[in-house]
Design a protein around this ligand. Sequence first.
Ligand SMILES: [Fe+2]
Ligand SMILES: [Fe+2]
Length: 497
Amino acid sequence: MSAEDILSDSAGSTSGDRFVEISYDDVIPNNVALGSDKQLQRALEGWRPKYLDWWSGMGPVGYQQSEVYLRTAVGVDPAGWAKFGYVKMPTYRWGILLAPKVEGRTIPFGRHKGEPAWQEVPGEHRALLRRLIVVQGDTEPASVEQQRFLGATAPSLYDMRNLFQVNVEEGRHLWAMVYLLVKYFGKDGREEAQALLERQSGQMDNPRILGAFNERTPDWLSFFMFTFFTDRDGKMQLAALAESGFDPLSRTCRFMLTEEAHHMFVGETGVQRTIEATCAAMVKAGVKEPNDVEAARQLGIVDLPLLQRKLNFHASVTRDLFGADISSNAAEAFSSGIKGRFNEGNLKGDDHLLQDATYPVTRVVDGRLVVEEAPALRALNARLLDDFIVDCQGGIDRWNKSVEKAGVAFKFVQPHKGFNRRIGEFAGKRISPAGEVLTEEQWAAKSGDWLPNDDDMRFIRSLMKPCHEPGKYATWIAPPRVGVNNQPGDFEYVKIA
Ligand SMILES: [Fe+2]
Ligand SMILES: [Fe+2]
């Protein structure tokens, strides 16, 4: 199917007014009746060529003229919002898609709780709201920039396609935030939209806003760990913003979450398939001891202790994205009804105001870890981080099932919350993965066992050889159980031009 076929199909659901139809006739596909807001349409059409410039300059290196088997959103109906077909990435239909409006929605938390959700920006919260949208928006193009060199070393066409799917959808997430900025924040919104294309991941003078988004994603293990951990931070932030009293933000984030689920799937199954290849090769070669790193590496697979170190690194760097555990900004965002907690609407047993509530926060006092009750309002970042850690564990348990099934004696564990942190209560403290407070000397002696070392990175680099033949996979990763959109095993996911 060509891009044109996708577009000529009448898009979206026509079953009554529950789902807003997506117009693919417009230059910018949308379900926000863009055509009836000429000023907004002009502003976004003016931004679009700059976006395309950014995509060609800072997006995936190579493969831009290749036909990639991508899904394009054609509706916001959860039952069938996507269509699959071959698309050249620069012609991807990036659009503006909001989840359906919930009639009569009220603000679910904070001091405006119970009031009708805002359809316009409340003046008193304008600056804070804009900041949150800019920070979220900044992460989207950043991840595309971080991943731009990976196509050349893809371990299969299936994986290459998944990478590009994630990339175009992160591009669409940028559109989602830019829509909010341009529509609701006037001149400063347009300036912020421009600045989102100017900051660059890892650039000294004008870096991306958050630290983890300036780290490199130099290899495929990093990509899978990034999509497992860091895209999951995206999920947690989007889920908290989906509770927002500012309804357009809530609706935007709700639709973004459907795309985010796929990114985490790519990460979880990517690591899982790596584990499967490792365990299968170890069993076949009779390597019983998971810590016999040399024996494993000679088989052309990633040893499990190295995967654990990668896990430790990506988990800890991503946890820093949640910000200071105790934060008056987080309290203000909650009280003013702008950013809720994870799953706010379904949380039972509290008043959603948190005036008198407390929350347990771990901190280091006199060289020991102590749990203290902090005012819940100021501990919202700590809480979202705890929810994130719980959310990660499901995937890690599934990884461990794979190891167990193969009969290998090894278990992946999440490092302690305080391990390798630069932001929050544990910043500047030395804490082991098991949660012991260490001296600087103890840390220096052991950290190479806990975080990827130079030797690890060299070995990973040596594995990163392209495998671009349909149906073939690099030695270090197992094929997926099911193809994208149920395609057969030898399907040509990318027709390399
Ligand atoms: Fe995203
Ligand atoms: Fe994502």
